[in-house]
Design a protein around this ligand. Structure first.
Ligand code: MF3
Ligand code: CO
Length: 301
């Protein structure tokens, strides 16, 4: 498929209805994506933000990305079986290296924009992008996000989970649970011809109903052929707004939710770790999903 065919929707070449479809299915355009393209054009004319064609994954691409996600999920399972009080976050980094390479993958964070490790490990008031270290030892009562991303055969996957270390306070346990619920409620809003804002509102409402605040500055992203693709995905929004959801659109739902104020700052020393401004705890869960003909499919969790 040439660059012109995959370009901005509004500059799209008018396809001949009998041409092979741009998606590579081998079917004629009129029997494949024509109806969908027309529907997208209709929403665009009404003033909605619509995805560019190059944001929509083909079935072939989705299958390849799922192979990558298989590794990502296995790596998180591997960590889940082992994580406990007394280990360093560098130990988690080594487990991620070990399991990813054993399965033929490459940890996507390593060297990404200069990031020095293969996974992000963010504890308590660390919001995200915590760097594993031999000096950081997990303590009983900590909550930690382990964010794993994999490249396999050139295809990208990305998901993260929270872990409660030993016995955590009821407040921390609730934060971890509620943020997981935020992701699940957001996910339930995902369907073709819905909007990104439907998902965002569900996340934001559940977080705020529990007295928490969603981080505004950092969001999710398209993913699959690159680590971070368009669109940028926020979790503050309202129904019927933001990007139209279309089959083939693949992105992450990964809200960062603070128990206190939403404000954050970046660690000047390492240039990566993000903390809550007020020192309150923060939690994040991340899933990778694709919009399907009748709803969504979870790719990595
Ligand atoms: N895994 C993060 C995400 O969910 C990105 C981390 S970038 C890194 O998008 F360089 F810190 F790894
Ligand atoms: Co992500």
């Amino acid at each position: 498929m040439d660059e012109f065919d995959r370009g901005e929707f509004k500059f799209m070449k008018k396809m001949n209805r009998n041409d092979p479809c741009w998606c590579g299915s081998g079917k004629k355009y009129k029997q494949c994506h024509e109806a969908m393209d027309e529907k997208i054009a209709y929403y665009a004319r009404k003033g909605h933000i619509v995805p560019r064609r190059d944001m929509l994954k083909t079935q072939e691409e989705i299958e390849k990305i799922k192979e990558s996600a298989k590794i990502n999920v296995a790596v998180l399972d591997y960590v889940a079986e082992r994580i406990c009080a007394g280990i360093s976050t560098e130990q988690i980094n080594q487990w991620v290296e070990e399991k990813t390479r054993e399965m033929g993958g490459i940890p996507a964070p390593l060297g990404f924009e200069g990031y020095p490790k293969s996974v992000c490990t963010s504890i308590n008031d660390q919001v995200c992008h915590g760097i594993p270290s031999e000096q950081i030892i997990l303590q009983d009562g900590d909550i930690i996000n382990v964010d794993v991303s994999t490249i396999y055969n050139g295809y990208f996957s990305d998901s993260s989970r929270m872990f409660c270390i030993g016995s955590v306070s009821p407040e921390r346990e609730k934060l971890v649970r509620v943020v997981k619920e935020c992701v699940e409620l957001g996910l339930q809003q995902v369907k073709p011809w819905g909007f990104m804002g439907d998902m965002a509102q569900a996340v934001q409402e559940h977080a705020e109903a529990n007295g928490y605040h969603v981080v505004r500055e950092i969001g999710g992203h398209g993913i699959g052929l690159e680590f971070h693709e368009d669109p940028w995905v926020g979790y503050i929004g309202s129904k019927g707004t933001d990007m139209l959801l279309v089959p083939g659109l693949m992105f992450t739902i990964e809200p960062m939710v603070n128990a206190g104020a939403p404000d954050i700052y970046i660690d000047d020393n390492d240039g990566w770790t993000i903390y809550t401004e007020d020192g309150s705890d923060s939690a994040q869960w991340e899933i990778q999903i694709v919009v399907t003909e009748d709803g969504y499919e979870v790719i990595a969790y």
